[in-house]
Design a protein around this ligand. Structure first.
Ligand SMILES: Nc1ncnc2c1ncn2[C@@H]1O[C@H](COP(=O)(O)OP(=O)(O)OP(=O)(O)O)[C@@H](O)[C@H]1O
Ligand SMILES: [Mg+2]
Length: 213
């Protein structure tokens, strides 16, 4: 008997949208169904990826070119796909990832102006066609997200960007979600954590083989 391939779920959204908060609840919901789950994040999730994360988020790296940032994000992603995501899905485990390729279209594309076609080319090369089965986009006004994230102390290199950058990121995410409605579910992240979790678990039902309420 062959093992059914696992499902891949990614969480996307701007700074302070509530991705990390939602992960814990989602994880519990999936595990309650007796499903083995691997939780990971981007950039990071592997030894190489975490080293890349330290570079791209380091506020001292103010010379980092947009092209370098894009390549570093995909370097981390290429490693994560090969070392973590592909093996897990192949073994029938589910993968829950805090950001994935859509983040590059939003941040390095929308935010930094890197051409979409170049990002798509890197995605084809680095990701081996590994795409999420479901992407939950936590959508939130920029000011609300920034106010939430501010409670965490010093801003990292990307969090230090101007509001206009995050407005472009948000617009890119929403545009991507609109062009791929089968994969994306947009969740109003200004709601309470409980309401966000409820919306997310509802979106998950079809993957769990249950009807969506
Ligand atoms: N729905 C919510 N309503 C109010 N506050 C929230 C909500 N969700 C999360 N928060 C709070 O907002 C802050 C940011 O949340 P969290 O760290 O989950 O966001 P994030 O999307 O992971 O951010 P980042 O992109 O920076 O990692 C935390 O202090 C968290 O407790
Ligand atoms: Mg987080």
């Amino acid at each position: 008997m062959t093992t059914a391939r696992g499902k891949f779920i990614s969480l996307e959204g701007g700074e302070g949208a509530g991705k990390s908060t939602l992960l814990a609840g989602l994880r519990a919901c999936i595990e309650q169904h007796g499903i083995a789950l691997v939780q990971t994040r981007e950039p990071g999730g592997t030894s190489v990826g975490e080293a890349v994360r330290a570079i791209v988020l380091d506020p001292a790296q103010h010379e980092l070119a947009a092209e370098t940032e894009l390549l570093l994000m995909f370097a981390s992603r290429a490693q994560l796909v090969r070392e973590v995501i592909e093996p897990a899905l192949g073994a029938g485990r589910w993968v829950l990832c805090d950001r994935y390729a859509d983040a590059s279209y939003a941040y390095q594309g929308g935010g930094r102006g890197q051409p979409t076609e170049r990002i798509a080319e890197l995605e084809r090369w680095a990701c081996h066609g590994v795409k999420p089965d479901l992407t939950l986009l936590l959508d939130l006004p920029v000011a609300t997200g920034r106010a939430r994230a501010a409670g965490r102390g010093d801003a990292d290199r990307i969090e230090s960007e101007a509001d206009a950058f995050f407005e472009r990121v948000r617009a890119s995410y929403r545009e991507r979600a609109a062009t791929d409605p089968d994969r994306f579910r947009v969740i109003d992240a200004s709601e309470t954590p409980a309401a966000v979790l409820l919306a997310a678990t509802r979106a998950l039902m079809p993957l769990l083989g249950e009807p969506q309420p």
